[in-house]
Write a protein that binds this ligand. Structure first.
Ligand code: IPM
Ligand code: MG
Length: 357
């Protein structure tokens, strides 16, 4: 039987609760589809700051490197918000993305049939289905560019730098083109080329690469227009490829179109089969420890792991089907509607696990 080694980073806030349910689902999928997961639990984020004084201990990075993939809950919380930037939980997250070279972040925004009514967007705008893939560059741009504090004309100032090299743009654009090729064959590259020089380089590079993908229809959009178009006519999008910060913002927006940010998964890849899988939502400290968090985004992230890292397409599809089936009867508070059973985190996890077939 195939055995996969997973480093598990539960993180902070609701992280531990949602990850625990996800492991139940993974174990059940393994029983049904004939594979085994071996978990190595490590610290990252606020919990690591409390235990080891740093958000990303060296042994955590090493454990991730030694494993087949990483499953992450969420990091952060108000108790660490006053720490200096490099010692915040978020620095752990950026650190691990950088250390593991996870440059390609896939964020699918899909409406689950059972959740159609939960979208704040009118049914007439959504149409029959909505299935957008945001491909976000994850280890470059303003998140990793030079930053600092300084003084200008006698007043305090600060700066962050948007910086991209051509190879960085090429490798993420390739992921976008390849993804489009496997899906609806439409790629929209999002930038701010009317203002930013880095965006002009981005656009030139994407255009040059498009010669290799004559079967993919390439379009370009400024990020402000894209933010508007996502609400006006989301069905026009198939794959969106964009920079680190634009992708951060647009993927939150795209997630809401699909009903709840509590539903959206993500995969961060380094060009091979290794990946880090995490929900796109945060650690929700306001509801942590109450057993009411929605575990589905993490469960769906685990499904992405089965598919992208291990090629277990059938098991991944079974997890997605189980999630949709669970939504037919039960809802966590964030997606609750009249007529459904209101359930907590553990009950939702158990229900999804029981529905895997
Ligand atoms: C995300 C998050 C992170 C990001 C934060 C927590 C650093 O918002 O994964 O989208 O900005 O990348
Ligand atoms: Mg974000």
């Amino acid at each position: 039987m195939e055995n996969y080694r997973i480093t598990v980073l539960k993180g902070d806030g609701i992280g531990p609760e949602i990850v625990d349910e996800t492991l139940k689902v993974l174990d059940r999928a393994g029983e049904v589809y004939g594979f085994r997961m071996q978990y190595d639990f490590r610290l990252m984020g606020g919990c690591a700051i409390d235990a080891a004084g740093v958000p990303l201990p060296a042994d955590t990075v090493e454990a991730c490197r030694q494993s087949d993939s990483v499953l992450l809950g969420a990091v952060g919380g108000p108790q660490w918000d006053t720490m200096p930037g490099h010692l915040r939980p978020e620095a752990g997250l950026l650190g691990i993305r950088g250390a593991l070279g996870l440059y390609a972040n896939l964020r699918p925004a899909k409406i689950f049939p059972a959740l159609k009514a939960a979208s704040p967007i009118k049914q007439s705008i959504i149409g029959d289905s909505l299935d957008i893939m945001v491909v976000r560059e994850l280890t470059g741009g303003i998140y990793f560019g030079e930053r600092g504090r300084c003084e200008k004309d006698g007043v305090r100032a600060a700066f962050d730098t948007e910086f991209y090299t051509v190879p960085e743009i090429v490798r993420i654009a390739k992921v976008g083109f390849e993804m489009a090729r496997k899906r609806g064959k439409k790629l929209c590259s999002v930038d701010k080329a009317n203002v930013l020089e880095s965006s002009r380089l981005w656009r030139e590079t994407v255009v040059a690469l498009s010669a290799d993908y004559p079967d993919v229809e390439l379009s370009h959009m400024y990020v402000d227009n894209c933010a508007m178009q996502l609400v006006r006519n989301p069905a026009q999008f198939d794959v969106i490829v964009t920079s680190n910060m634009f992708g951060d913002i647009l993927s939150d927006e795209a997630s809401m179109i699909s009903g709840s940010i509590g539903m959206l998964a993500s995969a961060s890849l380094a060009g091979g089969s290794f990946g880090l899988y995490e929900p796109i939502h945060g650690s929700a400290p306001d509801i942590a420890g109450r057993g009411v968090a929605n575990p589905l985004a993490t469960i769906l992230s685990a499904a992405m792991m089965l598919k992208y890292s291990f090629g277990l397409e059938a098991a991944a599809a079974a997890v997605e089907r189980a999630v949709n089936a669970a939504l037919e009867s039960a809802r966590t508070p964030d997606i609750f509607e009249e007529g459904y059973r209101k359930v907590g985190t553990a009950e939702m996890g158990a229900l999804v696990a029981s529905l895997i077939a």
